[in-house]
Design a binder for this molecule. Structure first.
Ligand SMILES: [Zn+2]
Length: 392
């Protein structure tokens, strides 16, 4: 049982739907009504219907909750020394992941669970109302399965990333590890994970190995997403399109052909500004992708090695400054773009029928998220029509 709840006196409402203006479907002096956790009416505050419950936000901006379509939260330990060494001049490689694998294997289920709980609480305070969560620090049958099981306690968007790096015990026989993924891990993860991801890059998995994993995954009914072209212009982006991946993530190094292929496909390009920031790497050219018709998402890539942040506002600010997105494009990518990267139509917007997931800003406009970098502007976060976080 739930009564109609009017949220009104919204100075700027980002709807990401065609009822408002521009890319963000923005309405001014707006209101919306929620019933049973879903948006049932949106429009001008002066035309809002009477409701049993009313929240007056005093002219603040409201945005759909951020959809974080790329995060690695199931791990133990941290890698602050590695970060410090990198900032002292060492180069980032995929090999550092093995440090976290050792700590994760040694951790109890409860240790892993409390890490996900801590980080997902941070995400909520950062305005993230839906997040994807990958395994990938277990790299054994038992540790990958407990990783996806722990992730599933916190989100439905669970990804088996057993093909993150080749574990040390398979160092000299990576294809044998791929065989284990295909014959044991995929069937056992079915029903727990929705997605299968492969890190297709130098120091991780080859194009051929990626194709083998994806062929087996799709035969079992998994949907796929790819860590593609982060460290160099390899085959990852092309394979993403070939397998109708929901998303090709990173895409720091793309060829002209990659951009054309991605733009003509259903595959979203997910930019992860925290990764380039934290590895002091060149940023992908988001502007070129948008100009060529690419569909973009922005995600945190929260992980202990290369992007230890849960702040989507930070990712937006970096995407605007260093990937050349406009403030509106960055907000769109972090909301509707993330939803598209998870192939969801019920989230990432505030049109009629959307799940009532949103944030209220301590600011009059979404522009402030990139205009005031590093400032926590999120005063309240709602999920399915209920306030789940309030700064007050
Ligand atoms: Zn990642």
């Amino acid at each position: 049982m739930s009564s109609a709840h009017l949220v009104t006196n919204i100075g700027s409402l980002v709807t990401n739907s065609d009822i408002g203006d521009g890319l963000l479907g923005e309405l001014h002096d707006a209101a919306f009504v929620m019933e049973n956790g879903f948006v049932s009416w949106v429009g001008s505050a002066s035309k809002a219907p009477d409701c049993d419950v009313m929240t007056d936000v005093g002219g603040a901006a409201i945005l759909p909750g951020f959809v974080d379509s790329h995060a690695h939260l199931v791990f133990a330990g941290d890698r602050a020394p590695e970060f410090e060494a990198r900032m002292t001049g060492e180069k980032y490689t995929a090999g550092g992941i093995r440090t976290t694998v050792a700590a994760t294997r040694a951790a109890s289920d409860d240790d892993l669970r409390s890490n996900v709980r801590r980080l997902s609480a941070e995400m909520l305070r950062s305005g993230i109302t839906t997040f994807e969560c990958k395994s990938g620090y277990g790299l054994s049958i038992v540790d990958e399965l407990r990783s996806v099981s722990v992730a599933r306690e916190f989100t439905n968007e669970v990804t088996l990333l057993a093909a993150h790096v080749v574990p040390a015990e398979f160092q000299d026989k990576p294809d044998a590890y791929v065989d284990v993924i295909m014959s044991d891990m995929l069937p056992k993860a079915k029903g727990i994970a929705r997605w299968v991801d492969v890190f297709c890059d130098d120091g991780a998995f080859t194009g051929e190995q990626t194709r083998r994993v994806f062929t087996a995954a799709k035969a079992l009914g998994f949907e796929v997403r790819v860590h593609a072209n982060q460290l160099r212009a390899g085959e990852g982006a092309a394979i993403a399109v070939e397998f109708d991946a929901a998303s090709a993530d990173h895409c720091t190094h793309l060829t002209e052909d990659d951009i054309s292929r991605l733009s003509a496909s259903n595959t979203v390009v997910t930019l992860l500004p925290g990764a380039e920031f934290s590895t002091r790497s060149p940023y992908p050219n988001g502007r070129a992708l948008i100009n060529r018709g690419g569909k973009l998402a922005i995600a945190t890539d929260c992980n202990p090695g290369s992007s230890y942040t849960t702040s989507m506002s930070f990712a937006i600010a970096v995407a605007v400054r260093d990937m050349k997105l406009t403030p509106a494009e960055a907000v769109h990518a972090a909301t509707a773009g993330g939803a598209r990267a998870l192939r969801r139509i019920d989230i990432g917007h505030l049109g009629v029928g959307a799940q009532a997931d949103f944030m209220i800003l301590d600011a009059p406009s979404y522009v402030h998220l990139s205009y005031r970098p590093g400032v926590d502007l999120i005063s309240s976060v709602w999920q399915v029509g209920t306030e789940r976080y309030s700064k007050k």
